[in-house]
Ligand binder design. Structure first.
Ligand code: C2E
Ligand code: MG
Ligand code: MG
Ligand code: MG
Length: 277
């Protein structure tokens, strides 16, 4: 009997695994046509200067709305886009459209930077720097307003190759931000090595300010360290007034989070920015 139930458990586990594989299979097949079917759109989350509380930048966050499957979160489809190789094309689409969007503000004399997430697979693609140059030319954006967000895990593998690509990007006058800082393995030396101009403290640490004394210490240490390295700091996932006050007190330059605004569509961010002027 015990054997039987063991068998059943195994079966159950198996079918769960199948479900997951099947879901990924379905998503991957649909992801293939998502660009052509215009199923992607971008939301923008404003990034605020801590002292003036004005919008100084915005992060482009990709959204996928499938006609039958509905809205699929990036945490689900980005990994699939990466493993299938589709991320290169999709990533270029995001970059181009985010730059077009930001350029409209610059044409009005509004200086907001645009920050775009980039996967390691895009960097590895070979002619990444060339595709960035192409986008700069096509959209007419001044590259000083463009930030590319890379994640910390990137910096460990193929470090020499990655550094080469990032140097080429820097030569174009585009900025590099370290996203999700604190969750990976990068060292101080690496931040310097990779010419990082901004770092984004991961929301998991911000959430625990005032809850876990370790997080409190980590956040203030990251800010102090970044200051010494001449790297600007953005706190991600700021949800409460207390968190904001703590960050302000410790000299964090910029904040992003639900306390100020969630990611919103193109029209809404335009209104938010225009209302400041
Ligand atoms: P991320 O780059 O760390 O982006 C920040 C995430 O935090 C976003 O989730 C945003 O909606 C969420 N967020 C913002 N403020 C708050 C807050 O106050 N509280 C909480 N709990 N969350 C907040 P989202 O949009 O679901 O994106 C998830 C991840 O997907 C992103 O994390 C990024 O790594 C990836 N992603 C999104 N768009 C792209 C893209 O175009 N390319 C690539 N390669 N990855 C992308
Ligand atoms: Mg990001
Ligand atoms: Mg990211
Ligand atoms: Mg992040």
């Amino acid at each position: 009997n015990a054997k039987d139930s063991g068998k059943n458990k195994f079966k159950f586990y198996c079918s769960n695994l199948n479900d997951k594989i099947q879901e990924e299979f379905i998503l991957e097949n649909n992801l293939r046509y998502a660009l052509d079917k215009n199923e992607f759109f971008i939301n923008y989350q404003p990034i605020f200067d801590v002292n003036t509380e004005k919008i100084v930048g915005m992060e482009a966050l990709l959204r996928w709305k499938h006609i039958k499957l509905g809205i699929i979160p990036p945490s689900k489809f980005i990994p699939i886009a990466e493993s299938s190789g589709l991320i290169t094309k999709i990533g270029n689409w995001v970059l181009k459209n985010a730059c077009i969007h930001a350029k409209k503000f610059h044409d009005l004399g509004i200086d907001v930077f645009i920050s775009v997430n980039v996967s390691v697979n895009q960097l590895k693609e070979g002619n990444f720097a060339r595709s960035i140059l192409k986008i700069i030319k096509e959209t007419g954006i001044d590259p000083k307003y463009l930030d590319l967000e890379i994640t910390e895990s990137i910096s460990m593998e193929n470090i020499d190759y990655i550094r080469d690509v990032l140097n080429k990007i820097k030569d174009l006058k585009v900025n590099i931000s370290m996203d999700d800082f604190g969750t990976g393995y990068s060292s101080l030396a690496q931040l310097k090595n990779l010419c990082i101009s901004k770092l984004k403290i991961d929301s998991s640490f911000i959430k625990d300010i005032y809850i876990d004394s370790n997080s409190t210490a980590i956040v203030s240490a990251i800010i102090a360290m970044a200051k010494n390295l001449n790297i600007e700091v953005i706190a991600e996932g700021v949800e409460t007034k207390d968190q904001f006050e703590f960050l302000k007190e410790h000299g964090c330059e910029m904040v992003q989070g639900y306390l100020f605004s969630p990611p919103v569509d193109e029209n809404s961010i335009r209104k938010l920015i225009e209302n400041q002027y």
